[in-house]
Design a protein around this ligand. Structure first.
Ligand SMILES: [Zn+2]
Length: 331
């Protein structure tokens, strides 16, 4: 479902687009969320519109996503028919990200923005207020969310829904629908790509199910920095232990660390882990004081670089499960 805006990109000339971007930028910098004065800009260059409409029709659609994992999913559905880019870079902290003026210009030039929703992107509302003409779609629509158990976010949905392959299938279906609506000329390609990619996600789900079933019941703890694993834990019958519920101001406090040390000792959890986008200092302290090993790095809120261990969503999920099993089993 399109939540905001309308499909006006084709009627807009490049000069209007850049004028709008400049206006949006000024509004952004002044902290003002009112809409740009479209009525003035739309009447400025009607003579250019006919030729540029034809040119733009030949161009590929530009899709922005809020973070790299969604960009990979969307690229798999888009194939070579659309340009997909992430607003946040590889390794960025995505919850409390602050968009830059150049993000705003990119946003203004995009045909569609795909976000996660479930309060993941705390910066999105302000960002969208500055881009009133650019449609955006939330990919977790239709997903059964898991609630956060504690702290300031208690009873809010856990936003990390992509950490379940079953949920990833819903993301892919939402991406497919969005691309077909945006660009019906290439609908056949988007439908076929979504089908192929969904098959790969189903295979991944089966594979992870089998691998995790080999863990003995007393070794099923997934001890992490952020509580970003509620969905994988639900899907595969693991036990959850984390330092803080969601990346926010309070990360790795002495109280959070002491609590995890206690649970690790009590249950003889063999290994603890941390994620690639946060400071692992507190979790290393847990390892040191509890006698557990530090088992390595999970990828959740960002892919790795192209040469790293988690350059795609499918590889990210496989890598996390391998890291978990190897860490718990001391390999
Ligand atoms: Zn997160």
């Amino acid at each position: 479902m399109i939540k905001r805006g309308y499909w006006s990109k084709l009627e807009r000339s490049p000069s209007q687009a850049s004028l709008l971007a400049t206006l949006a930028l000024l509004l952004w910098l002044s902290g003002c969320n009112s809409t740009p004065p479209n009525s003035q800009t739309q009447s400025s260059s009607l003579t250019e519109t006919t030729s540029t409409t034809a040119q733009r029709n030949q161009e590929k659609k530009v899709i922005l996503t809020t973070f790299t994992v969604l960009a990979d999913m969307a690229q798999n559905v888009a194939g070579d028919k659309a340009i997909v880019e992430s607003i946040t870079k590889i390794g960025s902290e995505i919850h409390g990200y602050e968009p830059t003026p150049s993000d705003l210009v990119r946003g203004q030039e995009a045909d569609l923005i795909l976000d996660n929703g479930l309060n993941l992107e705390r910066w999105a509302e302000k960002f969208y207020n500055s881009l009133p003409e650019v449609p955006h779609i939330t990919l977790t629509e239709g997903i059964q969310s898991v609630e956060i158990a504690e702290d300031a976010y208690k009873n809010k949905p856990n936003p990390h829904a992509w950490m379940s392959p079953q949920n990833a299938l819903i993301y892919v279906e939402n991406i497919r629908k969005a691309l077909v609506d945006l660009d019906p000329q290439n609908a056949d390609t988007y439908n076929a790509n979504a089908k192929t990619y969904s098959e790969k996600i189903k295979e991944l789900d089966q594979k992870l199910q089998k691998e995790l079933a080999t863990l003995p019941p007393n070794q099923r703890y997934m001890a992490t920095c952020e509580g970003a694993f509620s969905y994988i834990i639900r899907d595969y019958g693991l036990k959850e232990l984390y330092l803080w519920p969601v990346n926010a101001e309070r990360q790795g406090t002495p109280q959070q660390t002491a609590k995890v040390i206690e649970v690790v000792k009590e249950n003889q959890v063999p290994a603890v882990f941390c994620e690639s986008t946060v400071n692992d200092e507190a979790q290393r302290q847990v390892a040191k004081e509890s006698g557990a090993r530090f088992g390595g790095v999970f990828y959740v809120d960002s892919l790795s670089g192209p040469d790293g261990p988690a350059p795609t969503y499918l590889k990210l999920m496989e890598r996390n499960v391998t890291t978990l099993i190897n860490g718990l089993q001391g390999r």
